[in-house]
Ligand binder design. Structure first.
Ligand SMILES: *Cc1c(COP(=O)(O)O)cnc(C)c1O
Length: 230
């Protein structure tokens, strides 16, 4: 089941890249394993996918200790400052930085551990009340401030698009975020590398890739529906 799901997702990635005239190597697939058991993660690893996304600190830490293979963990959910210390030495990339206060805490813990931590700035591109992330017009100012922190490296932007029936409805948001990404890149700010544009989930990753995504976060499309009650 997981093997077939992954084959399907990979085929769709290929199709979308072809449609947009992009190279498939430009798009990294993150398998979002939240709520899913270790045994399923191991099945994904057997299919040569080594990037995993979790949205809760405790779950990430538990799984980190139980997976024997070398994989990369991505924190994709809201991060509270008091929990930064638990994941600082375990994550490849933090996708969800949306305040200077959080960046300062990451910087402090990174320094303690002698690490440079890669982060993305989470943007609430559709201005939804229910979402974390900063508004589009605040992004540049926040990036300029975070860029001065020594133990953090800004690698790009991330967004969670609205839940929509028709993924085409999110195209405008993906396009806007890509435009912002390109604008910031063109400013060549010291200590800021705009390499990663993390956008697109099970429902809309094809459209996101067509609009320039370099990292898609797919949970349901790989692992099947989540049951939050277990
Ligand atoms: C759960 C989650 C995903 C994956 O969602 P699916 O719709 O299951 O693909 C992606 N990104 C974030 C931030 C998530 O919390």
């Amino acid at each position: 089941m997981i093997y077939e799901n992954l084959q399907y997702v990979k085929t769709q990635i290929e199709k979308s890249c072809k449609k947009a005239g992009r190279d498939i190597d430009e798009v990294t697939l993150i398998a979002v394993s939240k709520t899913k058991p270790i045994q399923m993660i191991n099945e994904v690893i057997e299919c040569n996918v080594f990037e995993f996304g979790e949205n809760k600190v405790q779950e990430l830490v538990e799984k980190y200790g139980q997976i024997n293979h070398k994989v990369n963990w991505h924190l994709i959910g809201h991060l509270q400052t008091n929990k930064v210390k638990y994941i600082i030495d375990k994550v490849k990339l933090i996708h969800s930085v949306d305040s200077f206060k959080l960046a300062e805490e990451i910087n402090k813990e990174a320094k303690k551990n002698n690490l440079i931590i890669d982060i993305l700035i989470q943007v609430n591109i559709a201005n939804e009340d229910t979402k974390y992330g900063i508004e589009e017009n605040e992004v540049f100012e926040l990036i300029e401030k975070i860029a001065l922190l020594d133990n953090i490296r800004i690698k790009g932007l991330m967004t969670i698009a609205p839940f929509v029936e028709n993924p085409e409805d999110n195209r405008k948001f993906f396009r806007n975020l890509n435009q912002l990404f390109v604008d910031i890149k063109s400013k060549n700010i010291d200590n800021v590398n705009m390499d990663i544009l993390s956008m697109g989930m099970t429902n809309d990753y094809e459209v996101a890739i067509e609009e320039g995504s370099t990292m898609i976060r797919v949970g349901t499309g790989i692992f099947g529906e989540r049951n939050y009650r277990i």
